[in-house]
Design a protein around this ligand. Structure first.
Ligand code: BTN
Length: 329
């Protein structure tokens, strides 16, 4: 178990000797050594030099509830009921879902982690979640108009994320239906919604979001698709606490607007940042493939594709969409 105090001391990126750390924490130097090994196993670079001690190059930008709340607008903080911040979890979505199933979660609870041992992506994939590098969170939100009305919700979440990133100076962020964020065709963030409740009445939605902030090079192999992170896109360092606050500042009002008016009022804005708008796309529906012209989304958030002389509306699920490149590419 890694002591939180050890993480805060090391977060400044300076050398700290084993003796100094042991004294501050009231444990032996070998106990410190063991915790350093644990940190390394989480993928954190730890330099150790005989006579000088340990150092984390570049330091650690740790998540902090207080900083997140301080950066939140009045509306966002008034709607946030609790923040549950853990260093290591299996998955923030799984944590949230477990508590939702036990029916002791109220709307507005935010689950945050520095590291996920079993981060969940869409379509059964793993979400690569290195320690203290990216943003992994799940927000529980209550809706009363039934699951069917929530079709456009993941699109609304994507749009809110685009706005939050724009407000931090990250331009050129696009959405890929139903819920990826891309920059230059590389994935910057993913959204995973899980629902619990009544198909026609009240339901709780776990809104899971992963944003790549400073993905370590070593993670490249595990990701298996073109990706980017904020570190590559921004001239200045963006703190994950600031990012979390900005996301809430944009997400909370959009969730309220969605509850009140549905997806139709977001459609135009969404299409403006849609990566494949009016482009030829290839849809994969199980083992069936459809190639057609992507005409954006309808008032409910279904994807509209013209093929075979008609426009078909596709609803999210096990569908994946790709840009169809001209032959030779
Ligand atoms: C995707 O495949 O694009 C969706 C990725 C969603 C990842 C986030 S990280 C926080 C939350 N907890 C999880 O286990 N998954 C989501």
């Amino acid at each position: 178990m890694i002591d939180d105090r050890l993480l805060s001391i090391l977060s400044n990126g300076q050398f700290h000797s084993g003796r100094e750390l042991g004294e501050l924490l009231g444990v032996s130097r070998s106990a410190i050594w063991k915790q350093m090994k644990e940190l390394e196993q989480l993928g954190v670079d730890v330099y150790s030099i005989r006579g000088r001690g340990y150092r984390i190059p570049g330091g650690l930008d740790l998540l902090c509830e207080k900083q997140i709340v301080t950066g939140c607008s009045e509306l966002a903080s008034s709607r946030l009921t609790t923040i549950s911040l853990e260093r290591i979890v299996d998955s923030t979505n799984m944590m949230a879902m477990r508590e939702v199933h036990q029916q002791n979660v109220i709307s507005g609870r935010l689950y945050l982690a520095e590291y996920q041992t079993a981060g969940k992506g869409r379509r059964g994939r793993t979400w690569v979640s290195p320690f203290a590098k990216n943003l992994y969170f799940s927000l529980v939100w209550r809706f009363t108009q039934g699951a069917a009305a929530l079709e456009g919700l993941s699109l609304v979440v994507g749009l809110a994320l685009v706005k939050a990133l724009n407000s931090l100076g990250i331009a050129q962020v696009q959405v890929k239906w139903p819920n990826d964020l891309l920059v230059n065709s590389r994935k910057l963030a993913g959204i995973l919604l899980e629902m619990h409740g009544d198909a026609s009445g009240e339901c709780q939605v776990v809104i899971g979001v992963g944003v790549n902030v400073a993905m370590p090079e070593q993670a490249e192999e595990a990701i298996g698709q073109p990706w980017t992170d904020l570190q590559q896109l921004s001239a200045v360092d963006i703190s994950r606490n600031q990012l979390m606050s900005e996301v809430l500042n944009h997400l909370v009002p959009e969730l309220d607007r969605f509850s009140e008016y549905g997806f139709a009022v977001f459609k135009d804005e969404w299409q403006q940042v849609h990566a494949f708008q009016n482009e030829t796309v290839r849809l994969m529906l199980g083992n069936k493939e459809i190639v057609g012209e992507c005409q954006g989304v309808d008032d409910r958030g279904a994807l509209m594709v013209r093929h075979g002389g008609r426009v078909e509306h596709f609803h999210a699920g096990e569908i994946s969409v790709r840009r169809q490149y001209a032959s030779g590419h």
